[in-house]
Design a binder for this molecule. Sequence first.
Ligand code: 3H9
Length: 655
Amino acid sequence: MSAMRFSESVTGTIQDGVLVVTIDNPPVNAISAHVRQGLVEALDHGALLGLVVGMVVTGAGRTFVGGADIKEFGKPPVEPTLPEVIERVESCDKPIVAAVNGAALGGGCELALACHGRIASDMASFGMPEVKLGIVPGAGGTMRLPRLIGTIAAIDLIGSGRMIKAAEALSLGLVDGVAADHLDAALSLVHDLAGEPLRRTGLLDVPATEQAAVEAVAKKVLSKSRGQTAPAEAVRLVKTAAQVDLKQGLADERATFLRLRDSTEAAALRHVFFAERQAGKVDKLDGIAARKMETVGIVGTGLMGAGIAVAALTVGYRVIGVEQTHEAADKGRERIAGTLDKSVQSGRLAAAGRDDCLARLAVTADAGQLAAADLVIEAVFDDLTVKTELFQRLDGIVRPDAILATNTSYLNPDEIAAATAHPERVVGLHFFSPANIMRLVEIVDCKATSPDVLASALAFAKRLGKLPIVCGVTEGFIGNRIFSAYRREAEFMVEDGAAPHEIDAALEAYGFPMGIFAVYDMAGLEIAWARRKRQAATRDPKARYVEIADKLCEAGRFGRKAGRGWYDYASGERMVVPEVTALIEAARAAKDIEPRHFSAEEIFTRLLKAMSDEGAALLSEGIATRSSDIDLVMINGYGFPAHKGGPMFAADDRA
Ligand code: 3H9
């Protein structure tokens, strides 16, 4: 029988007496209005057709259904709503089976839950990522999932928003089977179910569970969602599924969903979602192909170099690490192997993957081996002479088509590039430490970088699974430049009367995992001190300069590693100590500053303004392409809470 069209994105065919309904709404089969309308048409059609014994719902392409259409949020609602469609599916007299071909997320998972059976392909995955968008499931997920897989597993999945693969879905009872030939398996399940009483998920009893175990999983899930509303609401709803009837539970869920959907938290997280998809898109690179790269050279196998090596090995690159001596090379190899071990322990890497990674690794004192590399990244001491000399040496070693990348944090990569014979092949790849874990990479488009080198650097970062943000050359690039402005403002406030712990408390109350002075202590104060000393001669003598951090360093208070910095750490906890308070008071007295009180609101408002003003300057100078890129840098590199959307979004929101 020829294909039937139920709407612009829902079609049907009859196979083996079953109406196979396919959702085809690229790129991710989101349940937009025309998908919902098409599904209702299909349901009407299937119910009417006497020869049809039941239905299969599946998705075209790689995805089953990527969820509700996020682009519709904030727009006037269009009938039918997803809960209405799902209610129609569940109450249908004929069996409906979901043939889950790919990701079934959010509303897609809810659609599958309402079907009378679920068959997953090997490629299928499931998840309720709504909390990551600041909302709760809004089409029955919090009520149906616990009925199917129990309260504990449902709290874990809905509260965390994590995705699971088909095998885990099977073991949880979320699907009835996993089959390479999922469509055939779904068709035969429809025939098995035909004429039998249908198992309607919403009508099942929630399996009894011990309260203590429920509370334990809830606590674990919520410990990771500091300051956010949606996870707590999601957990609350899942818990009530066992206590109230379906209708009441669904009404509570829907009301909560609608309330959260219109919240600032949800708007911020949607902003982050779309910002991530925009990041790394560079207009001038349209049509420019990335070079093929398989072998990565890394000069310097300290903490940063080893982290980059692990990130590259894990995704299949061959890595050549280079050190100055055999001894250092042996240590570098050990460091990389140790980092791989930690990846195995934490579950980021399968045990078998470790040996495979090591088989693709060479660490040597012979820089000549870099002749085999497609890309060489330097991760040596952040000193201009060291880096320019290295790049000049590399000029004579690497192939003419090899790319040279500098991982400098503060130096000018244009100056490093200018020292080479081919500045067009130099690019900045600013990783954040630990580089195997942190997602953010600033890709620095230098004055002479050729477009295909930039495209290749982007492709490399994406293959590593990183979040690449392209920026121009400026001291500290996007992140460290904003961080400097924000630290400067924090130090001004300390000099004017705020205590470091008050500033940290204001930041932590806002959602930062750690305040700026605690971060400063964690990173160590000596590198920034050395930089300030280098810059002393060129500093504008009229510009305000706060000496407190210098005084801390002079007193040997280099931060956490030294056991003391802005705080003391003798007990393991950070502690405010009189020595630092006295040092701050002396600095104020030296400038005749009468200290005044700062409220938490004033502290945060000033810090946010410092960040967003610097961000605006970066945009006007053309260093950053879009303000959402700045938000992503601050969220992924500096602890700005994602649910506040980043400094540019938050400043706009407050304006
Ligand atoms: C929900 O379901 C609420 C319900 O409980 C209740 C409702 C009543 N909508 O990520 P990609 C776009 S909330 C609209 O690069 P991948 C995306 O912007 C939803 N657009 O692909 C991008 O566009 P562009 C719960 C969407 O293959 C393009 O698709 N669901 C949506 O790497 C490709 O995206 C989620 O939270 C959407 N739902 O990954 C799932 N999803 O090309 C969110 C994507 O213009 N989505 N787009 O830049 C994902 O996690 C990933 O996109 C997915 C594919 C894993 C599906």
